[in-house]
Write a protein that binds this ligand. Structure first.
Ligand code: GLU
Length: 290
């Protein structure tokens, strides 16, 4: 089977050295296998996306010599597909509307004696799961803002044990339960990262999902969503992250690490890529554990 990999940046800031590494890993995995290297634009966050960052992605990838195949998949153009999947899960009795604000959730967690913590922080206490179907429907009709959540216990009851595979073929037991009732669609966006990423990998025939090791835990959720929606499961390659000299993971505050800054500083992209391929980072950066 031919490799189809993808690089999936969010246009919410400039690409930096860590993105170059992620794109390179995905690019090389596809190119060495004669496969395809796809670009996906993760722009479902309306408050944080900027068109200048979107445009810069093409410029930066071209400068790095990591040109994707074909047209990118743009998440903001996929809202009907996300809605259809959500409706299917709701129709299966596995998704429910959640009207809680962040403040209400925090207050409920603070008041509870035993608030379990998941990999992403405190687990949603399930308040809206207990609403009657009539009440939930009435509040939606009344126009009350709401997210949609997965009924995790119900979902796990449907699928039974699941595994996913890493890039070496190693099977990893999926363990999404600690996340609790994750968000499938946000109040302000028609899909969560989890739902959109899972659906898009399937829609584009991705066989190797390449992303940072900070997203390792999310794969447990994605595997569950695949099972619930009858989607194929790609292999997952979670790569090491790059940090600054103090070992802090690169983020938007690291202006000097942006691809645009490296370009402006006269860095040679061929040298940069050749060095990255053998794990050598520019001065002032280091590999960090997740
Ligand atoms: N858009 C995500 C990011 O910028 C990556 C999503 C994924 O690879 O699943 O980190």
């Amino acid at each position: 089977m031919s490799v189809v990999s993808r690089f999936a940046p969010s246009p919410t800031g400039p690409l930096h050295l860590g993105h170059a590494w992620s794109a390179l890993v995905a690019h090389d995995a596809a190119r060495t296998a004669g496969g395809q290297f796809l670009l996906r634009i993760d722009d479902i966050d309306p408050g944080r996306v900027r068109s200048a960052f979107r445009d810069a992605i093409d410029v930066d990838l071209a400068w790095l010599g990591l040109e994707p195949d074909g047209e990118p998949l743009v998440q903001s153009l996929r809202f009907p597909a996300y809605r259809a999947a959500l409706e299917r899960l709701a129709g299966d009795g596995l998704a429910y509307p959640c009207f809680c604000t962040r403040a209400e959730i925090a207050a409920e967690i603070a008041a509870s004696a035993s608030a379990p913590h998941g990999p992403d922080g405190p687990v949603y206490p399930g308040t809206c799961r207990r609403l009657s179907a009539n009440e939930a429907a009435a509040r939606i009709v009344a126009g009350e803002a709401h997210a949609w959540r997965l009924d995790m216990a119900g979902a796990l009851g449907r699928t039974g044990p699941l595994v996913w595979y890493d890039e070496t073929g190693r099977a990893i037991a999926a363990d999404p339960a600690p996340f609790g009732d994750i968000v499938l669609a946000r109040r302000d966006a028609p899909a969560s990262y989890h739902l959109a990423s899972t659906l898009d990998d399937a829609a584009t025939g991705v066989t190797l999902a390449v992303r940072g090791s900070d997203l390792f835990a999310a794969t447990h959720i994605h595997r569950l969503l695949q099972a619930l929606l009858d989607l194929p499961s790609p292999a997952y390659l979670h790569h090491q992250l790059i940090g600054d000299a103090d070992g802090r993971r690169l983020a938007k505050r690291h202006d000097a690490a942006s691809i645009a800054s490296l370009r402006a500083a006269g860095v040679d992209p061929n040298t940069l890529i050749t060095d990255l391929r053998i794990g050598r980072l520019p001065l002032g950066y280091r590999w960090v554990a997740p």
